[in-house]
Design a protein around this ligand. Structure first.
Ligand code: XMP
Ligand code: MG
Length: 179
């Protein structure tokens, strides 16, 4: 017997990844970050809204000193990327000379990162890497170096674990896929 479907707005979703599978994948990313950033003091730039849950779990596993700031962007409407990025809440911190780690919920087309990276780079950080919970390789439209990916997923619309369908589903500890 399959697990029950959930409904958000007009759409049904089926279970896709459990909270336990997600946690195991985050453990692996955290191990790498802890090794790579030992003795440094990175500035984690968390991309809201979807990145909040991944950031919380990832950063609890980061053992070194670090700073954490938030920016907010939006590019999605419903289940499709609009191809345009709206910067809703910008970054005020000085990033010059800092080791930046951008924390994203999901890299889909790459539009969001393709927009954010040049803006950050213009402020001369020492380094910029990307940490994302999910990556849809089949949907990427830009050349991006994605160093810290927790899980690769197919090009399907998913919700849960910070990700929403028109505002709903972000609180779900598991990830669901549209049926
Ligand atoms: P891009 O295309 O800019 O997408 O790489 C990044 C942002 O789009 C949202 N996104 C999703 N949201 N389920 C969601 O709930 C998905 O499958 C999905 N794919 C992309 C998300 O906000 C992400 O930061
Ligand atoms: Mg969204």
């Amino acid at each position: 017997m399959g697990q029950p479907l959930i409904t958000l707005h007009d759409k049904a979703f089926q279970p896709y990844l459990s909270a336990a599978e997600i946690a195991t994948a985050i453990d692996q990313v955290a191990l790498r970050l802890n090794a790579d950033y030992a003795g440094r003091q990175p500035l984690f730039v968390v991309v809201l809204t979807g990145g909040f849950m991944f950031a919380t779990d990832l950063l609890k596993r980061f053992t070194g000193n670090c700073e954490i700031v938030f920016i907010r962007v939006a590019s999605y409407e419903g289940t499709g990327s609009t191809g345009q990025v709206q910067e809703i809440m910008g970054l005020r911190e000085d990033v010059q000379g800092r080791d930046i780690i951008l924390v994203e919920d999901i890299v889909d087309t790459g539009t969001t990162l393709n927009h954010l990276l040049p803006t950050l780079q213009a402020n001369k950080p020492a380094s910029i890497e990307i940490a994302a919970m999910f990556f849809k390789p089949a949907s990427l439209r830009y050349q991006l170096d994605l160093k810290y990916i927790a899980l690769e997923i197919p090009n399907d619309f998913v919700v849960g674990y910070g990700l929403d369908y028109d505002g709903l589903g972000r609180n779900l500890p598991d990830v669901y896929v549209a049926v």
